[in-house]
Design a protein around this ligand. Sequence first.
Ligand code: SF4
Ligand code: SF4
Length: 463
Amino acid sequence: MTDNFINIKYIEDLLKNAEHAKTSEIEIALSKAERNETLTHSDIASLLKTDKQEHINRIYKIAGNIKKRIYGNRIVMFAPLYVSDYCVNRCAYCSFNAGHDYKRRKLTMDEVRKEVKILEMMGHKRLAVEAGENENECPIDYITECIKTIYDMKFENGEIRRVNVNIAATTTENYRKLKAAGIGTYILFQETYHEPTYNRVHPAGPKNDFTYHLTAFDRAQEAGIDDVGGGVLFGLSDPFFDVMGLLLHNEHLEKKFNVGFHTISVPRLCPASGMNINDFPNLVDDDTFAKIVAIIRIAVPFTGMILSTRENREMRKKLLRLGISQISAGSSTSVGGYSLRENNTGESSQFLVNDERSATSIISELIDDGYIPSFCTACYRGGRTGDRFMSLAKSGQIGNVCLPNALMTLCEYSMDYGDNAFKEKTNAVITKETENINNEKVKAKTIENIKKIQNGEGRDFYV
Ligand code: SF4
Ligand code: SF4
């Protein structure tokens, strides 16, 4: 046992027993999920292990209903910003690993500004700063300087309003610095909760310490960062083991800090330069991946789920229906990649992007598919983080703020970046969806604010 909340034998026994779960037991678990009751670990394991199509169809239906009930048709948009690819680790799946010989770089503050300007011109308001681990080239003070540089930038159409950070596990002291710099969510993927696999794919570098990595969120919480986002890299180990690990990690944080993951990311292992995809025997096929996303949605209904551009358009469409609430658009996964793309220069990216469409075409397609792309950052800016956010989410009242905020930020986006046809399409959605705001006062205020945005009389409204 590595730590008391990830007990390998406990998880393996759960999954082994689930192989023999009776149909009646699986159906009881499904009925509990339909009644929005909390599932036990054995319930979740039995759903993961079932391969009967009728069960899987029910899992999809339940997940789809939860998605609709809690998140409506809103999809929060964000973009990654890679600032440094110097890395001392040797993660076997990542092209930034120290053994991969290529020319590395980190952005100067001027280059950060250039990248942010391009991202802002795409309409983004929420970024995830990403960097490899290298204390000399990329110390914590460099990251906090990036955060400050980003927040200090003001454009004609607004500014980046939330900076999430995805950097290596670090000390409580460094987390305090991130907190003081105004971090949004601190994101860190455990990659895999299966310690022997973890040790094998992280053969050298500080990331080799499984327990230090596993307890990073405890240190972040102790330093005052109450929005943390977990994830695993599906394809490293048995994916069902990793789902159970994620859920146990979430329970640990809930017990200890009264708040679990704000978000869960579900990246799937994909090819990257400097690695051979055939070295990984646990790759997850599309059907298993969809089932996993649906089961996580059922198990932790109030936790946002993030999908990156690793997935292609068709997979994204499917997973949005099953539980994904946040996606990136127009992403580059290389340092300085947005400027390089503008200049048509080659990139050295962390992994291959499978959805290379521009942000505008992804956003336009989301609207055509009946979604409301949202650029909302209200909770963070209004101090609604950690357990304050979770209690609002669990009360079922979160939709009363998410919907008006989604509509107001979409209106801003269409005014700033849309052509006439896009504006027309967006206006129709906004008019229709405003009717779905239940609170009459909030509805009236939203209509008033949208008119102000459209007439150029104000912006950046939120509730
Ligand atoms: Fe470095 Fe992160 Fe890539 Fe590992 S996954 S090699 S820590 S950048
Ligand atoms: Fe997210 Fe809060 Fe905005 Fe809803 S209101 S989309 S939870 S930031």
